[in-house]
Design a protein around this ligand. Structure first.
Ligand code: FMN
Length: 440
């Protein structure tokens, strides 16, 4: 594919780049706050982000500037910004790299976002297992406080900001924005009913923006180079910019790759992932983390942007792409994912709590060769009872692997029932990874 310029992973390609404040500044970092704080009106900053077309990288793809614009500017009390660094979606490990390798890029994005919405306090909610990431962020915060990029009267602009790192206790649901807020408040992480939306009543009932790590990391670049520049990259007008995709599964080169949105899944696999490993054929693709519906090798020419993936019947989600080869049983894959979702269901909504258990029981017996013909209809009926019936999107996420494998690979379910065994699985390897030691 044509050459392009990385935005978010660019600094990491510099020789000896350590992610320290000194290195980040050497790479042009903290220029955006120097140019914006006290010089650009907060409302104008929101307008810049709106015009850039940036959409959230956490999963839902909501337009970032529009979200910021929902915060009441004249609200008299505190407002908050929460950086969502929970990153628990199976297959996703991009935020981890951004945090560990270039923490100041995220901090600068947080400072700009807080200035724009008028927040004086921000929390980075980081996945409990990311011990190294939390340590690195704490160190970056210390560095930023020391030089006056955080604290009181930042850069003499009359703007005060404190940022805290809060470590989660390892629950997938705490990545859901309202469960994250509950957890931050010291309660059990369970999603809240919306409305009210966090922009009106969020953390401690105050107006709050929740943004993903990658979303915030884009902000300094948009401020430095302008919304038109950002809008010219990727797949405008609805999917501008780059995306850091986490590639995993049966491919030659798993890892994080930043590419302009709109390249095809085929380009992603062949030009970046190095193709399928061991000369095996591709069978299935999860294009956006475990919550996204499965696609097949027929979908290789689908574009990796919000609309492209949606029109193929799935979603871009967290930007994690898992490739599965011909030796992977689709019933087994759905079962493995359901085990995860059942384990992580927070229990608040009956359809999700009970439904995930029933679904898993059916998949267990089918994979063990004890499936019944009625089970296929039963699976779909149970999924139908969960779809849209839960407080948060978890319910829709947990049924996606089943509904989509039944749609594309029904014959594999039928073969399990007919033959009384699993005739497809030759691959024992873990499909998805939640962390990668590879650096790109
Ligand atoms: C079950 C569940 C888990 C989620 N996990 C994450 C996560 O780990 N990180 C994240 O940024 N967003 C996650 N989200 C999406 C958030 O609720 C929210 O949409 C996002 O943080 C908003 O940021 P953005 O607009 O910058 O994308 C999750 C959503 C659901 C339903």
């Amino acid at each position: 594919m044509a050459a392009f310029e990385k935005i978010l992973l660019k600094n990491m390609d510099m020789p000896d780049y350590s992610g320290s404040l000194k290195d980040y500044e050497r790479a042009g970092g903290y220029r955006a706050i120097q140019n914006a704080l006290g010089k650009t009106k907060p409302g104008d900053l929101i307008d810049i982000v709106k015009r850039s077309g940036l959409r959230g990288r956490g999963g839902a793809g909501f337009p970032t500037g529009v979200k910021w614009g929902f915060i009441p500017q004249d609200h008299p009390g505190p407002k908050y910004l929460c950086c969502n660094a929970d990153e628990s979606e199976p297959g996703t490990f991009k935020d981890r790299q951004l945090i560990e390798r270039d923490p100041h890029q995220i901090l600068e994005g947080i400072i700009l976002a807080c200035y724009a919405i008028g927040a004086r306090t921000s929390y980075i909610y980081i996945r409990g297992e990311f011990a190294l990431g939390a340590e690195i962020l704490e160190k970056a915060l210390d560095e930023a406080y020391k030089v006056g990029y955080l604290g009181t009267n930042i850069l003499g602009a009359g703007f005060d900001l404190d940022v805290y790192v809060h470590r989660g206790a390892g629950a997938y649901i705490c990545g859901e924005e309202t469960a994250l807020l509950e957890s931050l408040e010291g309660k059990r992480g369970k999603p809240r009913t919306k409305p009210p939306f966090p922009a009106i009543a969020g953390l401690y009932g105050k107006p709050t923006v929740i943004n993903n790590v990658e979303t915030l990391a884009n902000i300094p670049h948009i401020v430095n180079r302008g919304p038109e520049w950002f809008m010219s990259i990727g797949s405008p007008p609805k999917s501008p910019g780059t995306r850091v995709f986490s590639l995993s599964g049966h491919i030659a080169r798993p890892g994080n790759y930043e590419v302009p949105m709109g390249i095809t899944i085929r380009e992603m696999l062949e030009d970046f992932g190095g193709g399928m490993s061991d000369g095996k054929q591709l069978k299935a693709i999860i294009p956006g983390g475990a919550s996204a519906s499965f696609l097949t090798s027929e979908h290789l020419d689908v574009k990796l942007d919000f609309e492209g993936i949606a029109s193929a019947g799935s979603m871009l989600g967290s930007g994690a792409i898992t490739f599965m080869n011909e030796g992977t049983c689709m019933v087994w894959a759905a079962e493995r994912l359901l085990e995860f979702f059942h384990h992580e269901s927070c229990g608040k909504c009956t359809p999700c709590r009970e439904g995930s258990m029933w679904l898993l029981q059916i998949l267990h017996r089918m994979e063990a060769g004890h499936g019944k013909h009625e089970d296929l209809d039963l699976l779909l009926k149970l999924c139908g009872n969960i779809a849209g019936q839960t407080v948060c999107a978890f319910g829709d996420a947990e049924i996606a692997p089943i509904v989509s494998t039944l749609q594309h690979f029904r014959h594999e379910y039928e073969a399990h029932i007919r033959d009384g065994c699993c005739p497809y699985r030759t691959e024992q390897a873990e499909l998805v990874s939640t962390g990668s030691s590879q650096r790109h």
